[in-house]
Ligand binder design. Structure first.
Ligand SMILES: *[C@@H]1O[C@H](CO)[C@@H](O)[C@H](O)[C@H]1NC(C)=O
Ligand SMILES: *[C@@H]1O[C@H](CO)[C@@H](O)[C@H](O)[C@H]1NC(C)=O
Ligand SMILES: CC(=O)N[C@H]1CO[C@H](CO)[C@@H](O)[C@@H]1O
Length: 375
């Protein structure tokens, strides 16, 4: 029930497309974008607000400073924060808030957060290039995503990993509606990446479909972790292996009506889970990696707030999920542009997680220059 509710509003946001293309078109598409991949990927260097050059994508800086970097980092295992995004107003305001909190947490005690890149998979630069370090990659060829925009994520990672110079050995795959509430350490251990277990990703309950892509000889279905690609902290070398498989599987799943119907808006999450299992990669499942208000009530020892669910309450502080509340915060109220500054705080009785979320959104919007200048 909940998982269905999560996904419905994304539909509003999708592009209306022609009927699903036959599989040969996808293959054609493959040929096309593999060929253009080397030619067209656009690398954009940008300076962030502090005027600090993003070193991560500059091979020259890596050559200049290897010893210095090693010494200053000691035992830290920094990870690069990779945020896949589009150039829509809805994606942009979330990215700005996300980046604001990254900057605040990055240098705090306990953080192993390294550089930051918004991997923009709309194919061309947008007006946030100067504010957020951004790497522009191509979207899938027209029609291939069939309106399911997140299908562009694996392809975005394939391009970015292939083209960008990434200083860190680890990558955090993040999303625009993530807010860092604490400095994030590297939760992975050795070759085991760290992931968040989603209650609605259930490989064992979908064995028949999983087996189409993860055949029996590969091992038990329980090898497929109940996760999506984000949040995940993973070795770059592992992600380089997994990403092309993830892209292939998500496209094949999308072409398969049974998989498409069963997995719907979480298809690309299953595709990542299967692709990593095919590469023999198992994730450490960190329940405290993130919380999802309004279901999770306390901040406790979590690192990320994921505000994918609408938060609706009566003025008495009672949750009215699925029904518009007298007080509400729902990212989908702001599909066409940023929320205003200084959103009203929730009424008394609303859980800490929701109060913190709104306060953090307000702090970011109050401090980001030009917040309401209609982007
Ligand atoms: C992806 O699929 C294409 C076409 O089926 C195939 O040629 C290629 O080897 C696959 N790549 C990976 C990494 O699975
Ligand atoms: C924010 O809104 C509250 C009322 O909801 C108001 O009292 C307060 O002065 C506002 N703060 C700013 C900085 O505008
Ligand atoms: C939270 C966590 O697991 N941090 C680890 C990150 O990596 C360093 C170096 O391997 C470990 O010492 C930390 O414990």
């Amino acid at each position: 029930m909940r998982s269905a509710l999560v996904l419905i509003p994304e539909v509003i946001y999708r592009r209306r497309m022609a009927k699903p293309s036959p599989f040969f078109l996808v293959l054609l598409g493959f040929g096309f974008f593999v060929a253009t991949y080397n030619l067209v990927t656009l690398v954009i260097h940008s300076q962030n607000n502090d005027g600090e050059m993003e070193l991560s994508r500059r091979s020259d800086s890596m050559i200049q400073r290897p010893n210095e970097l090693k010494e200053s980092e000691g035992q830290r295992r920094p990870f690069h924060v990779a945020l896949t995004a589009t150039d829509s107003p809805y994606s942009k305001w979330q990215c700005r808030i996300m980046y604001y909190w990254y900057k605040k947490m990055k240098d705090s005690e306990g953080s192993e957060m390294g550089g930051f890149t918004r991997v923009l998979h709309s194919g061309s630069p947008d007006d946030l290039m100067k504010e957020i370090p951004t790497f522009v990659v191509d979207p899938l060829p027209s029609g291939v995503d069939q309106g399911y925009i997140v299908l562009n994520r694996p392809w975005a990672f394939v391009q970015w990993l292939g083209k960008a110079k990434i200083k860190e050995d680890y990558i955090l795959m993040a999303e625009p509606d993530h807010i860092f509430v604490k400095p994030l350490p590297n939760l992975s251990r050795g070759d085991q990446p760290a992931a968040f277990p989603f209650f609605y990703i259930k490989p064992s309950k979908n064995e028949k479909i999983i087996r189409k892509f993860y055949p029996e000889e590969e091992g038990p279905v329980t090898n497929v972790d109940p996760i999506g690609n984000s949040p995940v902290i993973i070795k770059k070398s592992q992600l380089e292996q997994i990403a092309p498989t993830w892209m292939n599987i998500s496209l094949k799943m999308k072409e398969d009506p049974e998989s498409d119907k069963a997995f719907g808006w979480v298809l690309e999450m299953y595709a990542y889970a299967i692709a990593s299992a095919l590469h023999g990669v198992r994730h450490i499942l960190h329940k405290n990696f993130m919380i999802q208000p309004p279901w999770d009530l306390k901040i406790a020892n979590t690192f990320i707030i994921h505000y994918t669910y609408g938060c609706d309450y009566t003025l008495k502080g009672e949750l009215t999920y699925g029904k518009i509340g007298e007080w509400r915060f729902d990212k989908r109220s702001f599909l066409r542009g940023p929320p205003p500054r200084n959103l009203s705080l929730p009424p008394p009785g609303v859980p800490e997680s929701v109060v913190t979320l709104v306060k953090m959104v307000n702090e970011a919007t109050a401090n980001i220059p030009g917040w309401e200048e209609g982007r």
